[in-house]
Design a protein around this ligand. Structure first.
Ligand SMILES: Nc1ncnc2c1ncn2[C@@H]1O[C@H](COP(=O)(O)OP(=O)(O)OP(=O)(O)O)[C@@H](O)[C@H]1O
Length: 257
């Protein structure tokens, strides 16, 4: 992977963010986000691979956890990198991730500040912001918006993920066809192999869950649980669907799934 290592870069391999735990002095209040079911006083998550894939049911708290990591990294909660504010904050931006971050302790080796928080819903604002910033600097704008939504996403990932840093991706599949998801899978695999960057990604896509060597972590009510791809609910559902689409749909109509 072509990594533009600046003098401040590290030679150490990812993962750079090693551990997240609840601070000893934290008080877990009754309201969201402190009442997420897996958030206990002894919550501890150790990152062991360059690519970590978070899975789990809708509402499990994956986005909230990723937003908290974004806040810890100093990234804008609405998406972007350190020091970027691409989204108009005059309209309410949910600060739950930042609230969660206040009770978490993060351990790094080394602390990296480069990276990006990618959210599908703010990609348009982020891409426009990057164009404006480039024009202000008399540079060529990256122009991610002149492509289709999915093509723009992939070009953005190709450009950004080749740099050393920590990258937080929240459901990046949302604009990607299965074929484009395979392109992203290839990129993620190269990062898993080179360890030049750390990726923490929440996804519902079984294709993106299949990054060879990546750690697959299920966010459940009881805690964060390691899984094999074939054990996941997502994989089993898609497998059953592709094996017998008509039978699968018949069962689904009966609310039998
Ligand atoms: N601002 C909020 N106030 C109260 N509850 C919230 C708020 N934002 C999210 N929640 C609740 O917190 C839980 C976790 O939400 P979150 O978006 O982190 O889940 P998720 O695992 O990312 O889900 P999905 O797969 O649908 O994206 C959900 O039950 C949600 O309804």
């Amino acid at each position: 992977m072509p990594t533009s290592r600046k003098s401040r870069g590290t030679r150490l391999p990812a993962p750079f963010l090693k551990r997240l735990s609840v601070r000893e002095d934290a008080r877990l209040e009754e309201q969201y986000p402190f009442n997420l079911p897996w958030l206990k006083e002894d919550f501890l998550f150790e990152f062991s691979t360059p690519v970590t894939v978070l899975i789990g049911e809708n509402g499990a708290g994956k986005s909230t956890l990723i937003e908290a990591v974004a806040a810890i990294c100093g990234f804008d909660e609405a998406g972007g990198g350190k020091g970027y504010m691409p989204v108009d904050h005059s309209r309410a931006v949910d600060r739950s991730g930042a609230a969660l971050a206040t009770i978490l302790r993060a351990s790094w080796l080394p602390k990296v500040t480069a990276g990006w928080f990618f959210r599908a819903e703010s990609f348009f604002s982020v891409a426009r912001y990057l164009d404006e910033a480039a024009r202000d600097a008399n540079a060529a704008p990256p122009d991610f918006l002149s492509w289709s939504h999915g093509e723009g996403f992939i070009r953005f990932f190709e450009e950004r993920l080749s740099r050393q840093g920590i990258y937080l991706l929240d459901e990046p599949e949302s604009a990607l066809s299965p074929k484009r998801q395979i392109e992203l899978l290839r990129l993620l695999h190269s990062i898993q192999v080179s360890a030049g960057a750390q990726i923490i990604m929440a996804t519902h896509s079984p294709i993106l869950m299949a990054v060879p060597g990546a750690r697959l972590v299920d966010v459940t009510r009881g805690g964060l649980v390691d899984r094999e791809l074939q054990q996941t609910q997502h994989f089993k559902l898609y497998r059953d669907f592709t094996e017998d689409p008509a039978g699968f749909v018949r069962h689904a109509m009966l609310d039998d799934i």
